[in-house]
Design a protein around this ligand. Structure first.
Ligand code: PFF
Length: 450
């Protein structure tokens, strides 16, 4: 039976924290800094914030509208809102495939965070030479056994939370983990900003845009990053939207969630770049930035051993609130569409994702030389989802809500049945119908040909 009794979140703050938890994740603290480092620093930040405001927030509202209006999961939402044209369900199916692929590669890096929490707690990262730290990361990721073990651990913890349900699992955990995450992040910022030497350079790198760095690849990466970070185009916010109470204000909630998400990304930049410059490391070190460069930074910093623990714990918490949202996309669909029990759905989803995710883990080791279209399996999943599946999913969603779904119903949902003024409705609707789809098409095409 579907989980219809006590189906949703119990409070507005619970909904905001849960959705912000889904949004804030490795994307903010691991992916954002290295994307920024590789794409020209401040210029990337500027383009990123622009996309969040112009497209990200309206699209998050769109997902919430679809979810709350239908009271259904990623697939069921389209079936319910478009009973005559069931073909729209394809968007939901697309979302489910995308969410599975994201969860598969995401859980690899989530597993690494767990390993690094253990290493940091055992003081195994301190006192090592930069070469030894790099070697440690290489040895760990290239081995098969331990990364798979930690990945599985992470998947099991996530499944445990999901099996507890929306209120006792997702909402409760988010109310504990999100404030903890903010506290840890602020502590890390204070440490980084008091390092002296590299602060100015790091802050300039982050906040001073060099406009010549803005090119097609910067735009595509920034758009992909904003989608990834806000969890847009994969049905996550449709699912969470279906749990938001009818009296909550979708516009305000979206602003809060996107604000929290961007704030965490920027704070992560403030933690990382001053420290990277203070200790003469390269900001453009790619995905290894937080696993190789930062442990070296911690090694050179007073109190570094403690800050290493705090940092990796922070990363693990951020990852967990996001893996929870990823698994919930799959579980909500299985529970409501296939009438599975929540526990069964959590277990089956976890087994499925581990089966696929194991290949992602192994693509750092035994499958390192196995390439598809020039990418390892891990890189392929990352690129495919952030640069293509998420924007395509979002495009299809905007066409559905902007062009096929009655405008009056969209307005009704956003204004809570007319009880709110919804002053910005016309702007939102214009972005939904024109700006977002056109921007998405341009960026997709330029990504494909460029
Ligand atoms: N937004 C998450 C992050 O920034 O880490 C990742 C994510 C979660 C993407 C859920 C997509 C999704 F459906």
């Amino acid at each position: 039976m579907a989980n219809n009794e006590n189906r949703g979140f119990t409070s507005n703050i619970g909904a905001i924290l849960a959705a912000a938890g889904g949004a804030v994740g490795l994307g903010n603290i691991w992916r954002f800094p290295y994307m920024l480092g590789n794409n020209g620093g401040g210029a990337f930040l500027l383009v990123y914030v622009f996309f969040v405001l112009l497209i990200g927030i309206p699209l998050m509202m769109t997902e919430f509208i679809i979810g709350r209006r239908s009271q259904k999961n990623a697939i069921g939402a389209y079936r319910t809102l478009s009973p005559k044209h069931k073909g729209w369900m394809i968007i939901g199916i697309f979302n489910i495939i995308g969410a599975t692929l994201i969860y598969a590669f995401y859980s690899v890096v989530a597993g690494w965070t767990l390993n690094y929490v253990v290493l940091a707690c055992g003081n195994k990262l301190s006192g090592q030479s930069p070469e030894a730290v790099a070697q440690l990361f290489a040895n760990f990721t290239q081995s098969s056994c331990w990364p798979l073990f930690f990945q599985l651990m992470f998947l099991i913890i996530t499944a445990g939370v999901i099996a507890l349900g929306v209120q006792k699992g997702i909402e409760k955990m988010s109310k504990i983990l999100m404030p903890a995450l903010f506290i840890l992040l602020i502590l890390m910022c204070v440490r980084s900003l008091t390092l002296g030497d590299g602060v100015r350079e790091g802050m300039n790198f982050l906040f001073k845009p060099d406009f010549s760095k803005i090119d097609g690849s910067c735009l595509l990466s920034a758009l992909g990053q904003s989608f990834f970070s806000l969890s847009i185009g994969m049905g996550a916010m449709v699912t969470y939207g279906s749990y938001i109470r009818k009296e909550d204000k979708l516009f305000n909630s979206s602003l809060w969630i996107a604000g929290c998400d961007s704030m965490v990304a920027i704070l992560a930049g403030i933690v990382i770049f001053p420290a990277v410059f203070a200790f003469g490391m390269s900001p453009a070190s790619g995905p290894e930035l937080v696993y190789i460069v930062l442990p070296n930074v911690f090694n050179s910093m007073p109190g570094g051993a403690i800050f290493a623990i705090i940092f990796f714990l922070l990363l693990a918490i951020a990852a967990l609130t996001s893996t929870i949202s990823l698994l919930e996309i799959l579980v909500a669909t299985a529970v409501e569409e296939l009438h599975w029990k929540r526990r069964t759905a959590s277990i089956v989803g976890t087994v499925l994702v581990f089966t696929i995710g194991a290949f992602c883990t192994l693509s750092f080791g035994p499958l390192k030389d196995f390439h598809i279209c020039g990418f390892t399996i891990f890189d392929l999943f990352d690129r495919l989802t952030a640069s293509y599946l998420m924007p395509i999913g979002a495009l299809a969603m905007t066409i559905f809500l902007g062009w096929f779904f009655p405008k009056a119903e969209v307005r009704d949902e956003l204004s809570n049945g007319g009880s709110l003024k919804a002053k910005a409705f016309d702007i939102y609707y214009f972005i939904l119908r024109y700006v977002a789809p056109i921007a998405l098409i341009i960026i997709l095409i330029s990504g494909i040909i460029g």
